[in-house]
Write a protein that binds this ligand. Structure first.
Ligand SMILES: Cc1cc2nc3c(=O)[nH]c(=O)nc-3n(C[C@H](O)[C@H](O)[C@H](O)COP(=O)(O)O)c2cc1C
Length: 467
């Protein structure tokens, strides 16, 4: 086919073409080819590597939903361009709002072309505000998604400041709000940011991320990186999923990750738990409609977007957080809680003394969180514990079931050659009073989905028996 010179088209045609191409995820040239093929009845050629075919959007929870995407001023704004595509692939309409700062990082042209909508950026726009545009924008959204959400913008949200279009829309919005924070790890750790994040969480705002990893701008690493566009799209999908849900009205507590038991201000006792299984279970229960609080030890993965996450460090902090969340209907205790902690935590870093033997490390027992919950006066109707074992898996799991007062024990073999601890797959056995179910090896997400379904089923059975 002959080459097509787009730049010879007049501006208005070019703009229409740009929008149409962005809508279909094609380059402008490919869009013209597609239109010509369609007009002449020529068969569609197979996609090339440069012009990939776009699959029809799946009919998921985002299909037909209107997302108001607020882009704020952070380096991660470049990922918002891909996010727009991911949301639109899933059938959502994306209306972009940009803060002044964000325009230093990406252009309104790129955002508008990918969203196939104009970019809204001016609170005092004469055209838009004739019909009080900021209120209309808020009302016409099914979800306000802020990605990236800068420290500055989260601070404004926490205080209710409304001094630009994006922040003013937020005060007028009554739909769900999801934010994907992105900032340098030291900013994320700052007490002011911690306070603001807690405040917006309490106001009902959902968070996805931030993630731990390398920062785009500085070669630094830590907690602060924006979640990936696919993860953000999945969190938006989960938030807007209004299909029938078997666990609606049930409260669940899930623990996840390791605990860190301090020896002195810089050293601690830990284990290799990644939190992947616990986090996946929390998200799977929430997808089935449960109101989930995830209590997580220190992990390198992001918080699921559809649950409330409380971060803790030690076993004692985890127990206090769990008890603070009772009563609940379901407790799934996945965290690999340290059995012991240092008998006394040194206030100062323990110094190595030349010529002296290493100091003894005296241990004392940690509280048993599963056992406490299993025998609690506010015991949830269903208590599920995890047993990570390297030997006598079934016998140990059966004994644990009795000792801890649990209804089910999910037993897994975490011997190093299984690759389960920290890996992406799991092979579990579900031990209950009625026997043992052996599940095949599958990814942790699938284990989570299957366990969440089994939990939902057990509540159906409870309802059916009228108890
Ligand atoms: C190069 C550069 C990168 C920045 N990256 C971030 C960032 O990732 N996260 C953040 O919260 N602020 C970041 N900032 C600071 C914000 O741009 C600044 O706080 C701004 O006022 C945010 O405005 P907004 O929240 O209205 O968009 C960065 C600034 C510069 C100059």
């Amino acid at each position: 086919m002959a080459s097509i010179t787009i730049r010879n088209l007049d501006d208005e045609t070019k703009q229409l073409l740009r929008e149409r191409a962005a809508r279909h995820g094609r380059s402008m040239e490919e869009e013209v080819r597609h239109m010509l093929r369609h007009a002449t009845g020529a068969p569609a050629s197979s996609a090339t590597a440069e012009q990939p075919a776009i699959a029809a959007p799946p009919a998921g929870a985002l299909s037909g939903k209107r997302i108001l995407l607020v882009i704020t001023g952070g380096i991660a704004a470049y990922k918002s361009l891909d996010l727009i595509r991911r949301l639109r692939e899933r059938g959502a309409g994306v209306r972009p709002v940009m803060t002044e700062a964000s325009k230093h990082f990406i252009s309104t042209l790129a955002v508008g072309a990918l969203a196939a909508d104009r970019v809204f950026d001016d609170l005092f726009s004469r055209e838009d505000e004739q019909d009080v545009g900021h209120i209309r924008l808020a009302r016409e959204a099914d979800l306000v998604l802020i990605a990236p959400a800068s420290a500055d913008f989260i601070g404004k949200m926490a205080l209710g400041i409304a001094n630009d279009l994006a922040s003013t829309i937020l005060l007028a919005a009554s739909c769900p709000v999801l934010i994907a924070p992105a900032m340098n790890p030291s900013m994320w750790r700052h007490p002011a940011v911690r306070r603001n994040v807690e405040t917006v969480r309490r106001d009902g705002v959902r968070l996805i991320g931030p993630m731990r990893g390398e920062m785009a701008e500085s070669g630094e690493a830590g907690l602060g990186r924006m979640a990936e566009p696919l993860e953000i799209a999945a969190a938006a999908e989960a938030l807007l999923d209004d299909g029938p849900k078997p666990l609606t009205g049930r409260r669940a507590i899930v623990t996840s990750g390791p605990t860190h038991e301090p020896i002195d201000p810089v050293r601690y006792i830990a284990n290799r738990s990644s939190g992947k299984q616990g986090h996946a279970i929390a998200a799977a229960l929430a997808r089935l409609g449960a109101d989930v609080t995830l209590i997580s030890g220190p992990v390198a993965i992001s918080d699921p977007g559809n649950v409330t996450t409380i971060q803790v460090e030690s076993a004692r902090e985890m127990l206090a957080a769990v008890e603070g969340q009772l009563p609940a209907d379901i407790a799934v205790m996945v965290a690999a809680v340290a059995d012991w902690r240092a008998a006394g935590q040194a206030d100062e870093k323990i110094k190595k003394q030349p010529g002296e033997a290493p100091p003894p490390l005296l241990l004392t027992e940690n509280p048993d969180i599963l056992k406490t919950v299993g025998h609690h006066e506010k015991r949830p109707a269903l208590v599920v514990g995890f047993a990570a074992e390297t030997q006598n898996l079934e016998d140990n799991a059966r004994a644990k079931l009795q000792r801890k007062g649990a209804d089910w024990i999910v037993a897994n073999d975490v011997s190093p050659d299984t690759g389960i601890m920290g890996g992406d797959h799991n092979r579990v056995r579900i031990v209950s009073q009625s026997g043992i179910e052996d599940w095949p090896r599958m990814d942790k997400q699938s284990v989570a989905d299957r366990l969440a379904l089994a939990i939902a089923k057990s509540f159906e059975d409870i309802n059916a028996s009228g108890s």
